[in-house]
Design a protein around this ligand. Structure first.
Ligand code: NAD
Length: 261
Protein backbone atom coordinates (compact mmCIF):
# COMPACT_ATOMS: atom_id res chain seq x y z
CA UNK A 1 0.00 0.00 0.00
CA UNK A 2 2.82 2.41 -0.88
CA UNK A 3 0.39 4.95 -2.40
CA UNK A 4 -1.72 5.43 0.74
CA UNK A 5 -2.24 9.18 1.19
CA UNK A 6 -1.55 9.84 -2.50
CA UNK A 7 -4.23 10.99 -4.93
CA UNK A 8 -4.29 9.96 -8.59
CA UNK A 9 -6.29 11.66 -11.35
CA UNK A 10 -6.76 9.55 -14.47
CA UNK A 11 -8.43 10.86 -17.61
CA UNK A 12 -10.50 8.34 -19.55
CA UNK A 13 -10.63 5.84 -16.70
CA UNK A 14 -14.12 4.42 -17.10
CA UNK A 15 -12.93 1.74 -19.51
CA UNK A 16 -9.98 -0.25 -20.85
CA UNK A 17 -6.45 0.80 -19.89
CA UNK A 18 -7.61 3.79 -17.80
CA UNK A 19 -9.81 1.63 -15.61
CA UNK A 20 -6.92 -0.81 -15.15
CA UNK A 21 -4.67 2.07 -14.00
CA UNK A 22 -7.39 3.14 -11.54
CA UNK A 23 -7.73 -0.36 -10.11
CA UNK A 24 -3.96 -0.92 -9.84
CA UNK A 25 -3.31 2.42 -8.11
CA UNK A 26 -6.28 1.97 -5.76
CA UNK A 27 -4.93 -1.48 -4.87
CA UNK A 28 -1.80 0.34 -3.64
CA UNK A 29 -3.98 2.68 -1.55
CA UNK A 30 -4.29 5.76 -3.81
CA UNK A 31 -7.43 7.87 -3.71
CA UNK A 32 -8.80 8.47 -7.18
CA UNK A 33 -10.32 11.04 -9.47
CA UNK A 34 -11.79 9.02 -12.31
CA UNK A 35 -13.15 10.46 -15.55
CA UNK A 36 -14.80 9.46 -18.78
CA UNK A 37 -17.85 9.66 -20.97
CA UNK A 38 -20.46 7.56 -19.21
CA UNK A 39 -24.14 7.94 -18.19
CA UNK A 40 -24.32 9.45 -14.65
CA UNK A 41 -25.93 6.40 -13.02
CA UNK A 42 -23.27 4.05 -14.44
CA UNK A 43 -20.51 6.46 -13.41
CA UNK A 44 -21.83 6.62 -9.86
CA UNK A 45 -21.97 2.82 -9.71
CA UNK A 46 -18.39 2.54 -10.95
CA UNK A 47 -17.25 5.19 -8.45
CA UNK A 48 -18.97 3.47 -5.52
CA UNK A 49 -17.77 -0.01 -6.55
CA UNK A 50 -14.11 1.09 -6.76
CA UNK A 51 -14.33 2.90 -3.41
CA UNK A 52 -15.83 -0.17 -1.78
CA UNK A 53 -13.56 -2.78 -3.37
CA UNK A 54 -10.32 -0.97 -2.50
CA UNK A 55 -11.30 1.05 0.59
CA UNK A 56 -10.19 4.36 -0.97
CA UNK A 57 -11.93 7.64 -1.73
CA UNK A 58 -13.08 8.01 -5.34
CA UNK A 59 -14.41 11.12 -7.09
CA UNK A 60 -15.93 10.93 -10.58
CA UNK A 61 -15.49 13.88 -12.97
CA UNK A 62 -17.48 13.95 -16.22
CA UNK A 63 -15.04 16.52 -17.73
CA UNK A 64 -15.00 16.40 -21.53
CA UNK A 65 -11.35 16.27 -22.60
CA UNK A 66 -12.11 18.43 -25.64
CA UNK A 67 -13.01 21.35 -23.33
CA UNK A 68 -10.13 23.21 -21.61
CA UNK A 69 -12.39 24.77 -18.94
CA UNK A 70 -13.78 21.37 -17.97
CA UNK A 71 -10.26 19.93 -17.88
CA UNK A 72 -9.14 22.67 -15.47
CA UNK A 73 -12.22 21.93 -13.33
CA UNK A 74 -11.28 18.20 -13.30
CA UNK A 75 -7.91 19.01 -11.71
CA UNK A 76 -9.43 21.64 -9.38
CA UNK A 77 -12.04 19.16 -8.18
CA UNK A 78 -9.33 16.62 -7.36
CA UNK A 79 -7.26 19.21 -5.52
CA UNK A 80 -10.32 20.28 -3.54
CA UNK A 81 -11.03 16.69 -2.53
CA UNK A 82 -7.46 15.56 -1.82
CA UNK A 83 -5.27 18.68 -1.42
CA UNK A 84 -3.17 17.94 -4.51
CA UNK A 85 -3.02 15.57 -7.42
CA UNK A 86 0.13 13.54 -6.77
CA UNK A 87 -0.22 11.21 -9.74
CA UNK A 88 -1.65 12.44 -13.01
CA UNK A 89 -2.33 9.94 -15.76
CA UNK A 90 -3.35 11.28 -19.14
CA UNK A 91 -5.10 8.42 -20.83
CA UNK A 92 -8.34 9.54 -22.54
CA UNK A 93 -8.11 8.70 -26.21
CA UNK A 94 -10.08 7.88 -29.30
CA UNK A 95 -9.17 6.49 -32.69
CA UNK A 96 -10.37 7.05 -36.25
CA UNK A 97 -9.19 5.15 -39.30
CA UNK A 98 -9.35 6.72 -42.79
CA UNK A 99 -7.01 7.83 -45.60
CA UNK A 100 -5.76 11.43 -45.14
CA UNK A 101 -7.60 12.76 -48.18
CA UNK A 102 -10.88 11.37 -46.81
CA UNK A 103 -10.19 12.11 -43.13
CA UNK A 104 -13.13 14.07 -41.64
CA UNK A 105 -11.93 17.49 -40.36
CA UNK A 106 -13.91 17.20 -37.15
CA UNK A 107 -12.30 13.81 -36.38
CA UNK A 108 -8.83 15.34 -36.81
CA UNK A 109 -9.70 18.19 -34.40
CA UNK A 110 -11.33 15.84 -31.90
CA UNK A 111 -8.39 13.40 -31.82
CA UNK A 112 -5.81 16.19 -31.43
CA UNK A 113 -7.93 17.70 -28.62
CA UNK A 114 -8.55 14.48 -26.66
CA UNK A 115 -5.35 12.53 -27.35
CA UNK A 116 -2.87 15.44 -27.19
CA UNK A 117 -4.10 18.87 -26.05
CA UNK A 118 -5.95 17.53 -23.00
CA UNK A 119 -2.60 16.33 -21.59
CA UNK A 120 -1.17 19.84 -21.94
CA UNK A 121 -4.19 21.26 -20.09
CA UNK A 122 -4.08 18.74 -17.21
CA UNK A 123 -0.31 19.03 -16.76
CA UNK A 124 -0.53 22.83 -16.80
CA UNK A 125 -3.20 22.77 -14.10
CA UNK A 126 -1.68 20.06 -11.86
CA UNK A 127 1.98 21.18 -11.84
CA UNK A 128 1.80 24.13 -9.40
CA UNK A 129 0.60 21.91 -6.49
CA UNK A 130 3.04 19.12 -7.40
CA UNK A 131 5.88 21.65 -7.34
CA UNK A 132 4.69 22.93 -3.95
CA UNK A 133 4.77 19.36 -2.57
CA UNK A 134 8.07 18.54 -4.26
CA UNK A 135 6.70 15.20 -5.48
CA UNK A 136 4.72 14.14 -8.50
CA UNK A 137 4.31 11.47 -11.11
CA UNK A 138 2.91 12.30 -14.54
CA UNK A 139 2.25 9.39 -16.86
CA UNK A 140 0.95 9.89 -20.37
CA UNK A 141 -0.52 6.98 -22.28
CA UNK A 142 1.18 7.25 -25.64
CA UNK A 143 1.26 4.27 -27.99
CA UNK A 144 3.64 2.37 -30.23
CA UNK A 145 2.25 5.00 -32.62
CA UNK A 146 4.31 7.59 -30.69
CA UNK A 147 7.39 5.87 -32.17
CA UNK A 148 6.27 4.45 -35.52
CA UNK A 149 3.37 5.10 -37.89
CA UNK A 150 0.69 3.03 -39.58
CA UNK A 151 -1.31 4.13 -42.61
CA UNK A 152 -4.82 5.58 -42.19
CA UNK A 153 -4.21 6.80 -38.61
CA UNK A 154 -2.85 10.28 -39.35
CA UNK A 155 -4.46 12.15 -36.47
CA UNK A 156 -3.76 9.41 -33.93
CA UNK A 157 -0.11 9.01 -34.94
CA UNK A 158 0.41 12.80 -34.98
CA UNK A 159 -1.18 13.15 -31.53
CA UNK A 160 0.84 10.29 -30.04
CA UNK A 161 4.15 11.58 -31.47
CA UNK A 162 3.09 14.92 -29.93
CA UNK A 163 2.57 13.25 -26.56
CA UNK A 164 6.15 11.94 -26.65
CA UNK A 165 7.40 15.50 -27.27
CA UNK A 166 5.22 16.99 -24.55
CA UNK A 167 6.48 14.30 -22.14
CA UNK A 168 10.12 15.16 -22.84
CA UNK A 169 9.55 18.91 -22.51
CA UNK A 170 7.59 18.65 -19.25
CA UNK A 171 10.17 16.23 -17.82
CA UNK A 172 13.00 18.70 -18.47
CA UNK A 173 11.08 21.60 -16.93
CA UNK A 174 10.50 19.78 -13.60
CA UNK A 175 13.56 17.52 -13.43
CA UNK A 176 14.83 19.08 -10.19
CA UNK A 177 11.41 19.30 -8.51
CA UNK A 178 10.84 15.67 -7.49
CA UNK A 179 8.42 15.19 -10.38
CA UNK A 180 8.86 12.64 -13.14
CA UNK A 181 7.07 12.73 -16.47
CA UNK A 182 6.96 9.65 -18.66
CA UNK A 183 4.91 8.12 -21.42
CA UNK A 184 3.86 4.50 -21.73
CA UNK A 185 3.73 3.26 -25.31
CA UNK A 186 1.57 0.14 -25.59
CA UNK A 187 1.25 -1.97 -28.70
CA UNK A 188 -2.18 -3.48 -29.35
CA UNK A 189 -4.07 -3.95 -26.08
CA UNK A 190 -7.44 -5.69 -26.27
CA UNK A 191 -9.89 -2.93 -25.19
CA UNK A 192 -13.11 -1.37 -26.57
CA UNK A 193 -10.97 1.16 -28.50
CA UNK A 194 -9.32 -1.64 -30.46
CA UNK A 195 -12.53 -3.59 -30.95
CA UNK A 196 -14.28 -0.48 -32.36
CA UNK A 197 -11.66 0.10 -35.07
CA UNK A 198 -12.03 -3.40 -36.54
CA UNK A 199 -15.07 -2.61 -38.78
CA UNK A 200 -13.42 0.54 -40.24
CA UNK A 201 -10.15 -1.25 -40.84
CA UNK A 202 -12.08 -4.09 -42.54
CA UNK A 203 -13.62 -1.44 -44.81
CA UNK A 204 -10.51 0.60 -45.73
CA UNK A 205 -8.33 -2.45 -46.24
CA UNK A 206 -11.00 -4.79 -47.63
CA UNK A 207 -10.31 -7.52 -45.05
CA UNK A 208 -12.30 -9.89 -42.82
CA UNK A 209 -12.40 -9.48 -39.02
CA UNK A 210 -9.93 -12.37 -38.55
CA UNK A 211 -7.58 -10.86 -41.15
CA UNK A 212 -7.65 -7.48 -39.35
CA UNK A 213 -6.83 -9.13 -36.02
CA UNK A 214 -4.13 -11.49 -37.28
CA UNK A 215 -2.69 -9.75 -40.38
CA UNK A 216 -2.95 -6.08 -39.33
CA UNK A 217 -3.01 -5.86 -35.54
CA UNK A 218 -0.91 -8.81 -34.44
CA UNK A 219 1.14 -8.97 -37.63
CA UNK A 220 3.61 -6.37 -36.31
CA UNK A 221 3.52 -7.57 -32.72
CA UNK A 222 6.22 -10.29 -32.61
CA UNK A 223 4.76 -12.01 -29.53
CA UNK A 224 1.52 -12.54 -31.54
CA UNK A 225 -0.43 -11.71 -28.40
CA UNK A 226 -2.38 -8.66 -27.33
CA UNK A 227 -0.82 -6.73 -24.44
CA UNK A 228 -3.13 -6.85 -21.39
CA UNK A 229 -4.49 -3.83 -19.56
CA UNK A 230 -3.05 -5.24 -16.32
CA UNK A 231 0.46 -5.30 -17.80
CA UNK A 232 0.17 -1.64 -18.82
CA UNK A 233 -1.13 -0.71 -15.36
CA UNK A 234 1.72 -2.60 -13.67
CA UNK A 235 4.22 -0.39 -15.51
CA UNK A 236 2.40 2.73 -14.30
CA UNK A 237 2.51 1.46 -10.71
CA UNK A 238 6.26 0.87 -11.06
CA UNK A 239 6.74 4.43 -12.34
CA UNK A 240 5.20 5.66 -9.07
CA UNK A 241 7.77 3.84 -6.90
CA UNK A 242 10.99 5.37 -5.55
CA UNK A 243 12.86 2.85 -7.69
CA UNK A 244 11.62 4.68 -10.79
CA UNK A 245 12.68 8.11 -9.55
CA UNK A 246 15.40 8.53 -12.19
CA UNK A 247 13.20 7.50 -15.11
CA UNK A 248 11.92 10.72 -16.62
CA UNK A 249 11.25 12.03 -20.12
CA UNK A 250 11.03 8.46 -21.39
CA UNK A 251 8.55 6.90 -23.77
CA UNK A 252 8.51 3.29 -22.64
CA UNK A 253 7.32 0.66 -25.13
CA UNK A 254 5.20 -2.22 -23.85
CA UNK A 255 4.44 -3.66 -27.24
CA UNK A 256 5.46 -7.31 -27.52
CA UNK A 257 8.51 -6.25 -29.55
CA UNK A 258 6.62 -4.22 -32.20
CA UNK A 259 8.98 -1.21 -32.19
CA UNK A 260 12.10 -3.40 -31.98
CA UNK A 261 11.64 -4.32 -35.63
P1 NAD B 1 -11.18 2.81 -24.30
O1 NAD B 1 -12.05 3.19 -25.43
O2 NAD B 1 -11.42 1.51 -23.59
O3 NAD B 1 -11.16 3.97 -23.19
C1 NAD B 1 -11.09 5.32 -23.54
C2 NAD B 1 -11.44 6.16 -22.36
O4 NAD B 1 -11.40 7.54 -22.76
C3 NAD B 1 -12.88 5.91 -21.85
O5 NAD B 1 -12.91 6.02 -20.44
C4 NAD B 1 -13.67 7.06 -22.48
O6 NAD B 1 -14.84 7.40 -21.77
C5 NAD B 1 -12.62 8.16 -22.41
N1 NAD B 1 -12.91 9.27 -23.31
C6 NAD B 1 -13.12 9.26 -24.64
N2 NAD B 1 -13.41 10.51 -25.08
C7 NAD B 1 -13.36 11.32 -23.99
C8 NAD B 1 -13.57 12.71 -23.79
N3 NAD B 1 -13.89 13.54 -24.78
N4 NAD B 1 -13.45 13.19 -22.52
C9 NAD B 1 -13.16 12.36 -21.48
N5 NAD B 1 -12.94 11.05 -21.63
C10 NAD B 1 -13.04 10.53 -22.86
O7 NAD B 1 -9.69 2.86 -24.87
P2 NAD B 1 -8.29 2.24 -24.39
O8 NAD B 1 -7.88 1.27 -25.43
O9 NAD B 1 -8.31 1.83 -22.98
O10 NAD B 1 -7.36 3.51 -24.61
C11 NAD B 1 -6.86 4.29 -23.55
C12 NAD B 1 -5.61 5.01 -24.02
O11 NAD B 1 -4.64 4.05 -24.39
C13 NAD B 1 -5.83 5.90 -25.25
O12 NAD B 1 -5.08 7.09 -25.10
C14 NAD B 1 -5.28 5.06 -26.38
O13 NAD B 1 -4.82 5.85 -27.45
C15 NAD B 1 -4.14 4.36 -25.67
N6 NAD B 1 -3.67 3.15 -26.32
C16 NAD B 1 -4.51 2.09 -26.52
C17 NAD B 1 -4.02 0.97 -27.16
C18 NAD B 1 -4.87 -0.24 -27.41
O14 NAD B 1 -4.44 -1.10 -28.17
N7 NAD B 1 -6.03 -0.34 -26.80
C19 NAD B 1 -2.68 0.93 -27.59
C20 NAD B 1 -1.89 2.02 -27.38
C21 NAD B 1 -2.37 3.13 -26.74
Amino acid sequence: MFLKDRAAAITGSTSGIGLAYARALAKEGANLVINGIMPPDEAEKLRADLAQEFGVKVVFSPADMTKPAEIAAFIAEGEKAFGAIDILINNAGIQYVAPIDEFPLEKWDQIIAINLSSAFHTIRAALPKMKEKGWGRIINTASAHALVASPFKSAYVAAKHGIAGLTKTAALEVATKGITVNAIAPGYVWTPLVEKQIPDTMKVRGLTREQVINDVMLEGQPTKEFVTVEQVAALAVFLCTDGAKSITGATLPIDGGWTAE
